[in-house]
Design a protein around this ligand. Structure first.
Ligand SMILES: [Zn+2]
Length: 258
């Protein structure tokens, strides 16, 4: 169920008639900055600010100008995990080359227990993705015996391709940590624009650890899913015309994301 304050009266009337409230269409949109193929090609110049990004959603993931670490957006706060593993909140002026956000209004929640790998987690989640042709925003709050995360270092120009930049990624093995997985599932047909399948980032409850998730074990958690059928994309303007934004880069993407 979606609602926001401005819809109070309308909502009251509808609920009184015993019907469920309508989704607020302005909230139920997956917003995206740039394309995954642009990022793969080394397009790391920010195209909008974190302040502008959080006007489009309160949960999500991405990276920062110059590929300066991993982004987690949670409860409308933007967190940056830098390559040394430190987590900080950022200035609203910090620029963003690639990100996805949405306003999180979960339609389904369920418990999950005793998950031994990211593969197993994805298989369990997969059973709940009823419509394979829409996006899902995912939030999992839980207790994790282990989470393997990575972050990337800020790059300097001329920017290398993403596959080369991540060769120097930092990997952190967290153990016995409470926290939140945040991310998305995208349909197969999204390739060239985004990562088909799952893409998850992690933020610890203490807000001191996190990153792009490479593997995890989950003792127990609460999963919330928000299926989203609308999609808005902001393409880069400067320099984007010189890139080849098409093509299937799934092998390169696998090397970079998994
Ligand atoms: Zn990521």
């Amino acid at each position: 169920m979606k609602l926001r304050i401005g819809y109070g009266l309308f909502l009251l009337a509808v609920t009184f008639n015993g019907m469920s409230a309508p989704a607020d269409p302005s909230r139920d949109i997956l917003y995206q900055a740039s394309t995954i193929n642009a990022l793969l090609a080394g397009y790391y110049d920010g195209i909008l600010s974190c302040g502008e990004l959080t006007r489009q959603g309160d949960i999500g993931l991405g990276t920062f100008d110059g590929l300066d670490g991993e982004m987690i957006v949670l409860d409308r706060i933007v967190y940056q995990v830098t390559s040394d593993g430190a987590v900080q909140t950022v200035s609203s002026a910090l620029m963003v080359p690639f990100a996805n956000v949405t306003f999180f209004d979960p339609d389904e929640t369920f418990a999950m227990h005793n998950i031994n790998s990211l593969d197993q987690l994805q298989k369990e989640l997969d059973r709940h993705l009823i419509n394979r042709n829409v996006f899902y925003a995912i939030r999992i709050d839980g207790t994790f015996p282990a989470v393997k995360v990575r972050s990337v270092a800020k790059q300097s120009k001329p920017y290398p391709k993403l596959a080369d930049a991540v060769k120097n990624q930092s990997v952190f093995e967290l153990s016995n940590v409470k926290g939140t997985l945040v991310g998305f599932w995208c349909p197969e047909f999204i390739q060239a624009l985004n990562v088909p399948g799952f893409h998850l980032h992690f933020l610890a409850d203490d807000r001191r650890r996190g990153g792009h998730v490479l593997d995890c074990r989950l003792a127990e958690g609460k999963v919330s899913l928000d299926p989203t059928a609308a999609f808005t994309i902001q393409l880069p303007e400067k320099g984007f015309g010189q890139l080849d934004p098409g093509g299937n880069h799934s092998e390169e993407l696998n090397a970079v994301e998994r």
